[in-house]
Design a protein around this ligand. Sequence first.
Ligand code: ADP
Ligand code: SF4
Ligand code: MG
Length: 380
Amino acid sequence: MTDSDLTPHSEDEDGDLLVDVRGLMVHFPIKSGLLFDRTLGFVYAVDGVDLQIKKGETYGLVGESGCGKSTLGRALLQLEEPTAGEVYFDGIDLAGLEGEGLRRQRRHMQMIFQDPLGSLDPRQTVEQLLLEGMRAHGLTKGRDARGRLIELLAAVGLPAHAMSKYPHEFSGGQRQRVGIARALSVDPQLIVADEPVSALDVSVQAQVINLLEDLQDEFDLTFLVIAHDLAVVRHISDRVGVMYLGGLVEEADAHDLYAAPLHPYTRALMSAVPVPDPQVEDERDQILLVGDLPSPANPPAGCRFHTRCPWKQETKCEEERPELRTLEVDGIPETHRVACHWAEQILSGDLQPHEVEVENTEPVLVDLDLPEEQQPSPRL
Ligand SMILES: Nc1ncnc2c1ncn2[C@@H]1O[C@H](COP(=O)(O)OP(=O)(O)O)[C@@H](O)[C@H]1O
Ligand code: SF4
Ligand SMILES: [Mg+2]
């Protein structure tokens, strides 16, 4: 399937899409330190992403740190201006909104952050924190606001007396519960949870994940859960997308992805997660990723994973950027898409992994405003 085969938003006949992202790009200009009007290049943080999330669904987005997950989440909420592409929310083109229209729409899209302490104003009590958003959207008028706060706190597992406390008086897990209550306070439809448990103790992580799952049913929510760790999104996600250097390399129903990862990068990520069964642990492939994530300011040509891919072939991999596509292979459903030229041959075992030489992927910066002979030497 190519991108153009995907149903455009206007043909979302069942009206079951809440988020519809098309060809999204977010490129950050790299400015020269001496002359700020000089653009030396771009960080291709998000570089051509199509992503659909259905109402009531949980979409898990995973990938190494720096691959563009947060930027994608922020661009989706219009907290970052897209360089190109469209974001439709419940059929509405968000780029066409500004000022009051955008502010009203934002109420329906809330974000939960990795570091709840950093995202909660330390000088405000929980009551003030929760009321702030509700007031801004006129949700306290004609309503028993205090009763609503008690309900919200109960929903996230905090006692009513938490209301008069300040963020620093809570443990990390409790603080994340306050952050979740604050997101919920404005009755959103979508919650983007960006690494919601990464800063928490392992023992607390599962509690917060379970809480998100319970709240989804109770409040009819749609989730985009972002994590650098496949294990975190495994149980909560209906579908999972794997991101590498600004693009999606694989997307599938969670069960299908974990049962049969198709992309070499996903296989490598998966092989890094320990399996509790020692026999399975001994028998399964261990694929070690060599080399660092290349700089998104100078992404490799062709398949962006080719500098680290144990299956890289002489042809295509370095020249053509593979699109997300379905495989016509028995047992692989249409919902499972992968961006690899050789996915069929890798799956069948016709292609076997080989050693990977670490390539130097230092970013080379080009001053777009200068002729070639006056280009500055590479630096970052
Ligand atoms: N405001 C910004 N200006 C310039 N570069 C940025 C900005 N925000 C993020 N980046 C860069 O974009 C890339 C993707 O970042 P991010 O979306 O935070 O990745 P992730 O959330 O997957 O760790 C990184 O190289 C990061 O340094
Ligand atoms: S296209 Fe080539 S380099 Fe990219 S993942 Fe597939 S085999 Fe590896
Ligand atoms: Mg991030």
